[in-house]
Ligand binder design. Structure first.
Ligand code: ATP
Ligand code: MG
Length: 175
């Protein structure tokens, strides 16, 4: 590691706030002139506000989405596997030889839990990442192997969510 060690940060749990916490870090880092590369797994392109950020209005925060929609039981996993593998290749490249100060692997837990990316491979790439690089991992049911290598782990606990009273997802708040 260089003069400063990079951190591994996990945001997991059932409550709202995992992805938005990662985006908050990206915004804070932007204020410091640092670049954040966000790789979103299991999420289709164009589904959420952060994917609409562009380099002119919000510099230094890049969002790359890799997903083939929702993966339900009985679905053909092939397109999902292909999207996850493509996302992982791009993320690995950034981890080993990119120029971002922070890498976010958003919803990575789902890619692992659906057997699309092996946890060991992620652990290995985290271990050999560039000096000083911070990595944020988000998603419900974060696999034990990824929790074990993290410096900071936060469990978002749901007290109440508007969904349960029948309110749908809100633009700008939820997506
Ligand atoms: P956010 O992106 O708002 O920070 P999140 O990353 O914590 O949420 P995810 O598990 O990725 O949550 O959920 C994706 C979507 O589901 C988001 O639109 C989010 O607002 C919504 N959501 C989050 N938590 C809950 C919950 N407990 N019940 C229902 N929907 C939720
Ligand atoms: Mg999320």
């Amino acid at each position: 590691m260089g003069d400063k060690e990079g951190l591994i940060i996990v945001f997991t749990g059932d409550g709202k706030g995992k992805t938005t916490a990662a985006l908050g870090i990206a915004l804070r880092a932007l204020g410091r002139g640092q670049r954040t590369a966000i790789f979103q797994f299991m999420k289709g392109q164009g589904r959420s506000g952060e994917q609409m950020l562009d380099g002119n209005t919000v510099p230094l925060i890049e969002v790359h989405a890799f997903g083939a929609g929702f993966l339900r039981d009985g679905d053909d996993p092939a397109p999902h596997r292909k999207a996850a593998e493509e996302g992982w290749r791009a993320a690995e490249e950034e981890l080993s030889s990119g120029s971002a100060n922070i890498v976010v692997l958003d919803e990575i837990s789902h890619a692992v839990n659906n057997s699309l990316i092996p946890a060991e491979q992620i652990v290995r790439s985290l271990g050999s990442r560039r000096n000083g690089l911070h990595v944020v991992l988000t998603g419900r049911n974060m696999p034990r192997d990824l929790i074990d290598v993290a410096d900071m782990v936060t469990d978002m606990k749901e007290i109440r969510h508007a969904y349960s009273s029948g309110k749908g997802a809100v633009e700008g708040i939820d997506y």
